[in-house]
Design a protein around this ligand. Structure first.
Ligand code: PHE
Length: 459
């Protein structure tokens, strides 16, 4: 069967950037930055991207492009049948797993877009947003219905194939995402008191930097670049031989970091405008679905047309970011089942969608009717999140860097990264050094840290 490739270099970069730019950029990065020393955190984050993120991303690109196969097949080929082939399978499994709860949040973003656009927040008092969110997620069917709709949209894109589905959607969604982000930044920085928010975000405060800060920056860089879950390897398997791997990786990382920093310019000015203390806000769902709707309503006028436009665009932005990431997760699993089990794309995608529909609907209901279904004291949603983020991702990342740095044939590496001798790669030695020593040690320490957190959760 003829394997598809992306139609253009820009399409390839936009698709990979679509995977990278996701919820993590908007609901985690800005708050982590604000609370961990502003520009000091950004500097550490960028160092992590360069020393840890880029080497692993380039390796994933390289393995995918070299083999032109799904992630499990790709590692089987480059490992020559040794047990390293399990790294690929682990990536597929991780991606599949993450998808099951990621799409639930995708569903939430759709509900909140709709709710904002129909002025549902009008008249909600400042303390009422927690109740609004609580009522929504514990509803016996609504979160599952939105999740199902979100999964069906992904299914539609995946069914259209690599070029007319994934690439085309990225070419529309990514520029739209950028324009909306820019628009929201401009609105937000014009609010009274915005400058305080900007300086809170950007003022470097090295006194707040501790080893935890560095670990957080590392974890965020890793998650944000969609490493170790097969996404980049799978997308790169659709790159053609002229796609420059190093340059594409740098572009993806730059787009990803730019959107994350811009998200800070949306969030902090509005927080400061209403005098909310950013240190009291917790990153994640609480920020996105409880604090921010309140902040937007107060800053722009409760029920005003401005707040309707601003909040619906904000949630639509989140929706698009989540969608392009979820598409990349779905493709990891679809490529895997179609190629490994010799199915048509239609059958493969349907099979994946079926499993995701069931598991994600269960996750979606895990704050409501299924809230008693618990393992290690975690409901299904949190269990999926914890297992993948704290365990599967760091283990996968560590194995990929060890494999790429120590096991993978050096000649093969050099030939792929130079596009078979056509490009100069002056940074090759630095890259190998980072892969061999820096990345494995860094990811291992991240993992150990996560283990500690897990002990704490078990108590
Ligand atoms: N990189 C995405 C983000 O920042 C997260 C993601 C995880 C994307 C898994 C794809 C796969 O939110």
């Amino acid at each position: 069967m003829e394997r598809e490739t992306f139609g253009s270099k820009i399409g390839a970069v936009l698709a990979a950037a679509g995977s990278a730019v996701g919820l993590g950029n908007i609901w985690r990065f800005p708050i982590e930055t604000g609370q961990n020393g502003g520009a000091a955190f950004i500097i550490i984050y960028i160092v992590c991207i360069v020393l840890l993120g880029l080497p692993i991303m380039i390796s994933e690109f390289l393995i995918g492009r070299h083999t032109h196969a799904n992630t499990a097949g790709a590692y089987r080929i480059v490992s020559n049948g040794s047990p390293w082939k399990w790294v690929g399978r682990l990536g597929v499994f991780t991606g599949w797993f993450i998808m099951c709860y990621y799409v639930v949040v995708g569903g939430w973003t759709m509900h909140y877009t709709f709710f904002s656009a129909t002025n549902g927040f009008a008249g909600v008092e400042a303390s009422g947003y927690e109740r609004v969110f609580g009522e929504f997620v514990s509803n016996p069917w609504l979160p599952a219905a939105w999740t199902i709709l979100f999964v069906l949209i992904i299914h539609f894109v995946i069914m259209r194939g690599v070029k007319s589905g994934i690439e085309k959607s990225a070419k529309i969604l990514m520029p739209a995402l950028f324009i909306i982000t820019l628009f929201l930044v401009i609105c937000s920085v014009m609010l009274p008191g915005a400058s305080q928010g900007i300086s809170f975000l950007l003022k470097p405060d090295f006194s707040k930097v501790t080893s935890t800060t560095v670990l957080e920056a590392m974890g965020q860089a890793f998650y944000s670049l969609s490493l170790a879950m097969g996404c980049l390897c799978t997308y790169a398997s659709y790159f053609d031989e002229n796609t420059p791997l190093g340059k594409s990786a740098v572009n993806v990382a730059a787009i990803d970091s730019a959107i994350a920093i811009m998200a800070g310019f949306i969030i902090f000015p509005s927080l400061f405008n209403i005098g909310m203390n950013p240190n009291e806000v917790e990153a994640g769902a609480g920020l996105t679905f409880v604090s921010l709707p309140n902040v937007f309503q107060q800053a722009l006028g409760n029920g005003s047309i401005l707040s309707v436009v601003f909040s619906s665009l904000f949630y639509f932005l989140l929706f698009m970011a989540a969608l392009t990431s979820a598409i990349s997760l779905h493709e990891v699993a679809t490529a895997y089942v179609t190629e490994e089990f010799n199915l048509s794309r239609k059958k493969g995608a349907t099979l994946v969608t079926g499993t995701v529909l069931v598991l994600s609907a269960l996750c979606a209901l895990s704050f409501g009717p299924l809230s008693d279904l618990k393992l290690f004291d975690l409901n299904l949603f949190n269990l999926f999140d914890t297992l993948s983020g704290r365990f599967l991702l760091p283990i996968g990342g560590m194995l990929i860097s060890i494999f790429a740095g120590w096991v993978l044939d050096r000649q093969l590496y050099k030939s792929e990264i130079s596009n078979y001798g056509k490009l100069r790669v002056p940074y090759f030695r630095v890259l190998v050094f980072a892969l061999r020593y820096i990345a494995p040690i860094a990811v291992a320490s991240l993992f150990l840290d996560q283990l500690g957190v897990f002990d704490f959760l078990k108590k």
